[in-house]
Design a protein around this ligand. Structure first.
Ligand SMILES: [Fe+2]
Length: 371
């Protein structure tokens, strides 16, 4: 059985002003946002929304501590809609604040609390990577468990996913690079997932095409030219979100989570560090099948032969962000075994979507090779 669905209504606006006016953003709204974005784009439009500046509650990737801190400060306040404007961090956190039960958040992820949607949820991405605006997944670092975990439930779908390219025009190069590489990996992992079907692969393929063409444009015209293609990349990252929201991500994400949690490596960069190691292993274990179709498509886009796609891809991506061995992020040899154990015991949701089965020794071997 194969299935495909797209739950949130997708809206595109040219400006935040148009967005605020059309959706009457104001009283009764909880607005999760950074202070700088609020000042620049929302303050003048705001008609009484409750702003929550989430960076006050922690930097980097979202954690259970951030959610608990916001939850405590919201006690006694009333709101009907939850609106999040930001990267994957805040979109994933906002999904929890649309639920009836939020705290203790660790119990939500352990499914000891009932997961029930209570508020309307509007998600506005400000990076071109997460895809979170169209998925039913919330990824959180659970500090007590020392890894990231994903909670997937239909109650976490947004009601509206809103794309506003204006918000990304000044995205710094590093965030641009790490977020768009994440989107590229979403499109690739969902393409080779056993849950993929003709519908998800259409979104995966189109996302890969747009992203790689944009990278080639940027390499030719210089890093500042990314502003010319940012709207296309925002669309591509939502396409990739639709693909992985249905077909799932897999080992690249699963193996990057312990690295991200332990050494605070940005999500897209941690994925990039794992990517070619995982795909070269897939190819060695099972060269025939969907991976051959993937490599043909990448070869067409990259102008090379299918045997050289991963090396060519690295050459292209290295213009945006250098690929580093894992020890350069702080990973130690002892981590190889502990990360492998974490992946094999805690990331079953993702490892079920691998192109071909990766056992414990193979996962350890990939970490060793990339170390
Ligand atoms: Fe991702």
């Amino acid at each position: 059985m194969h299935s495909f669905r797209l739950v949130p209504e997708i809206r595109q606006y040219d400006t935040t002003k148009e967005f605020c006016a059309d959706l009457h953003i104001g009283k009764g709204d909880l607005l999760l946002i950074s202070e700088s974005l609020y000042d620049k784009f929302f303050k003048a439009q705001d008609k009484g929304a409750i702003p929550v500046f989430y960076r006050k509650y922690g930097s980097g990737e979202p954690t259970d501590l951030m959610v608990e801190g916001i939850y405590r400060d919201l006690q006694g306040l009333s709101y009907q809609r939850v609106i999040a404007v930001g990267g994957g961090t805040i979109l994933d956190v906002a999904k929890l604040f649309a639920l009836k039960n939020i705290s203790p958040v660790v119990d939500l992820y352990d499914r000891k609390l009932e997961i029930q949607k209570e508020k309307e949820l509007i998600l506005v991405p400000t990076t071109c990577g997460t895809g979170s605006e169209v998925t039913n997944i919330s990824i959180l670092e659970l500090t007590a468990k020392n890894t990231k975990l994903g909670l997937a439930d239909d109650a976490l779908f947004a009601d509206k996913a809103v794309l506003i390219p204006e918000l990304l025009k000044r995205l710094p190069l590093r965030f641009f690079a790490t977020s768009s590489i994440d989107a590229l990996i979403h499109s690739i992992e969902s393409f080779t997932s056993p849950k993929a079907n003709a519908f998800t692969r259409m979104y995966s393929k189109k996302a890969m095409t747009i992203i790689l063409e944009c990278y080639q444009y940027i390499v030719e015209h210089g890093p500042e030219s990314r502003a010319d293609v940012i709207g296309d990349l925002l669309t591509a990252s939502t396409y990739a979100g639709i693909a992985f929201g249905n077909a799932g991500c897999a080992a690249v994400h699963a193996m990057s989570y312990p690295l991200g949690a332990a050494y605070h490596v940005p999500h897209g960069e941690a994925n990039y560090a794992m990517f070619t190691g995982v795909y070269k292993t897939y190819l060695r274990l099972q060269p025939d099948g969907v991976i051959a179709k993937l490599n043909e498509h990448l070869a067409y886009l990259l102008g090379c032969t299918p045997e050289h796609v991963y090396d060519e891809l690295e050459t292209l991506l290295n213009h945006l962000i250098p690929k580093k061995p894992l020890h350069e992020y702080g990973m130690t040899e002892a981590d190889i075994d502990s990360f492998t154990h974490t992946v094999m015991t805690k990331q079953g949701r993702l490892m079920a979507n691998n192109y071909t089965t990766l056992d414990e020794d193979t996962v350890r071997g990939i970490y060793k090779e990339l170390f």
